[in-house]
Design a protein around this ligand. Structure first.
Ligand SMILES: C[S@@+](CC[C@H](N)C(=O)[O-])C[C@H]1O[C@@H](n2cnc3c(N)ncnc32)[C@H](O)[C@@H]1O
Length: 202
C-alpha cells in the first residue's frame, strides 16, 4: 500500500478547492482556543495552511507558529500562500518524530485542526505534547465539520479508513487519564472542539 504521506501529497493540489472553507466558523473555533499576542503555536498537520492566517491574527507579529505536515506538497502550498506572513516555521516532518525531540515547555498551544484521527499512537502523542506545552498551555483538537462527516469521509478512502474520530467524551476520558484538565468539549452536528489544558497534576 502507498505511504499515507504519498496519499496526502496527491491531494495537495486540489485541497483548497475541494475542502469547503467557512471563514466565520474557523474564526469562532480559533476564538475558543484563547490565544494571546506573542503566543507560540504548533499547527500540527497544517496541510495547505488554512488555519495559519487565523492564528496569526490572534498572536500578532511577536507570536511564532510551527506549521508542520509530513506531506511535502501540502507544505509547498502552505509556503506559497503564507510564507510572507512572517513568524512561521514550515516543517516537512512526521508528527511523532517531531514531538519526541522538542524541548520542554515551548508551546502555548498545540492545535490539531482536522488532524487528530491521523495520529496513530494517541497515548504517546498526548504524553509528548504534555512535555512540549508551557504550564497552562493547551492541546486543541478541532474540526470544522461534524464527527460523523469526518468518519464518513475517512471510511470512503482505503488509505485513511481506520483513522476515525472518537466521540468527544471518549477523547475527554483519554485526556483526563493523561493528566490534562479538559475545559471544553463540543461534538455537534457541524463542528468538533476539545480543549485540554496542561495543569499541575504531575
Ligand atoms: C485532513 S488534512 C488537514 C489539513 C489542514 N489542517 C486543514 O484543515 O485543511 C490532514 C493533514 O495531516 C497530515 N498528516 C497526516 N498524518 C501526519 C503525520 N503523522 N505527521 C504529520 N502530518 C500528518 C496530512 O499530510 C494532511 O495534510
Amino acid at each position: 500500500m502507498e505511504k499515507n504521506s504519498t496519499y496526502f501529497d496527491r491531494l495537495a493540489e486540489q485541497w483548497d478547492t475541494t475542502r469547503m472553507q467557512d471563514n466565520g466558523k474557523i474564526t469562532q473555533l480559533v476564538k475558543l482556543i484563547g490565544l494571546c499576542p506573542g503566543n507560540r503555536v504548533l499547527d500540527a498537520g497544517c496541510g495547505t495552511g488554512v488555519l495559519l492566517p487565523f492564528v496569526k491574527k490572534e498572536i500578532g507579529s511577536d507570536g511564532h507558529i510551527t506549521a508542520l505536515d509530513y506531506s511535502k506538497n501540502m507544505i509547498a502550498r502552505a509556503v506559497s500562500k503564507y510564507g510572507d506572513l512572517g513568524g512561521i516555521n514550515f516543517l516537512v516532518c512526521d508528527i511523532m518524530d517531531f514531538v519526541k525531540d522538542v524541548g520542554d515547555a515551548f508551546y502555548d498551544a498545540v492545535i490539531c485542526f482536522n488532524f487528530f484521527p491521523h495520529i496513530q499512537n494517541k497515548p504517546r502523542f498526548f504524553c509528548c505534547v504534555w512535555e512540549m506545552l508551557k504550564a497552562e498551555g493547551s492541546l486543541i483538537i478541532m474540526h470544522d465539520i461534524s464527527r460523523q462527516t469526518v468518519n464518513g469521509i475517512h471510511q470512503g478512502s482505503k488509505a485513511v479508513e481506520n483513522d476515525l474520530l472518537p466521540p468527544g467524551e471518549t477523547v475527554k476520558d483519554w485526556l483526563l487519564k493523561a493528566d490534562y484538565a479538559v475545559q471544553l468539549v463540543i461534538d455537534s452536528d457541524d463542528r468538533y472542539f476539545v480543549k485540554a489544558v496542561k495543569g499541575d497534576k504531575r
